[in-house]
Design a protein around this ligand. Structure first.
Ligand code: PMV
Length: 323
């Protein structure tokens, strides 16, 4: 039996950081993510391969279960895989290959996509096909266990796909729209620390509450207008709002010289709107490029690791290739 599963990664299109203060935000599942291939074996060996990080390990099932002790001294992407494997009981071993087709630890939700795609494949293999709601819930609890804290955004995007508007009450509402979102994602290859960046914004807020309050309100209005721009298919407005959001994130202190360089280079080459995505301090930018994306991609990828993507309407899915 062979099972193939895929779960998308995500970008935050609008409203990172201010979402922490119950302001609206927009997250987008992208058509780059994590592919999992599971092939059944006739013995009781579990053979795990994660090519992206050159990881390979063979373990033996014990009465159909994988006994695994989570060691929180060294958090690794493989922890998510082991957590998922140890949820189920299996009739036989399997080869599990996890292919991460995006940047790791760069704010694109790689750990959620690994967890969700592995969960979908293994649930199917062990005869426990789970609903999407169950997948989102279990994946989130694994993220919380390993990371200590996790917003529901990454696991929701990997599970359900599409574009989600996170409202003032932290409810996740799908946005109904049919415009294309051709994006470039460039990575400065410096890791930002989400916890520290969230704390630094809080610190600024406590120091200059009146000033930051206005910046937060302006960002909230950007996200509210952006929802309308998406629903109306207004490309120019969407791009303008991304550029405004970037300026506001800079004012919050989470921009860096490298992120700025990527943002301005992409705009110079022809992207209509570009901004950092996620916590900042490093990581990635997104550049909305409705015209000549191939040209901008060639130029930008000479300077920074870059990939092209668009929104993924679909969330996690799996297929049984051969029984
Ligand atoms: O870098 P990411 O994708 O984990 O995004 C962090 C988003 C923040 O708004 C900065 C924090 C949060 O928990 O929402």
């Amino acid at each position: 039996m062979k099972i193939k599963a895929f779960a998308p990664g995500k970008i935050i299109l609008f409203g990172e950081h201010t979402v922490v203060y119950n302001k609206p935000a927009i997250a987008v599942a992208i058509n780059r993510g994590v592919d999992v291939t599971l092939t059944s074996r006739s013995d009781d060996i579990v053979n795990i391969n994660v090519e992206t990080i050159n990881y390979s390990k063979k373990l033996k099932l014990n009465n159909g279960k994988l006994v695994y002790e989570y060691d929180d001294s060294q958090k690794q992407i493989t922890d998510y895989i082991y957590e998922v494997i140890s949820l189920f009981e299996y009739e036989g071993g399997f080869d599990l290959s996890v292919d991460i087709k995006m940047y790791l630890g760069a704010g694109l939700g790689s750990s959620a996509a690994v967890t969700v795609s592995t969960l979908k494949a293994l649930a199917l293999y062990s005869g426990n096909d789970l609903s999407l709601d169950e997948i989102a819930k279990i994946a989130r609890s694994i993220e919380i266990k390993i990371q200590g804290a996790a917003s529901p955004i990454d696991t929701a995007m990997s599970t359900y796909g599409g574009i989600i508007y996170i409202d003032e009450n932290s409810n996740l509402n799908p946005i109904d729209f049919d415009m294309k979102l051709p994006l470039l994602v460039s990575n400065c290859e410096i890791a930002g620390n989400t916890g520290k960046l969230v704390a630094s914004v809080r610190n600024k807020y406590e120091k200059y509450p009146e000033v930051l309050e206005h910046i937060f309100t302006a960002t909230a209005n950007v996200a509210i207008d952006a929802k309308k721009a998406l629903e109306d298919g207004n490309s120019q407005k969407l791009a303008d709002l991304m550029n405004i959001n970037q300026g506001l994130l800079d004012a919050m202190g989470v921009n860096t010289a490298e992120l700025s360089d990527m943002v301005y280079q992409s705009r110079k080459f022809g992207s209509a709107g570009s901004k950092l995505t996620g916590s900042g301090g490093g990581g990635c930018i997104i550049a909305y490029t409705p015209d000549d994306i191939d040209y901008v991609y060639v130029k930008l990828s000479k300077l920074y690791p870059t990939f092209m993507c668009e929104q993924s309407q679909s969330g996690v899915y799996a297929e049984i290739i051969d029984e």
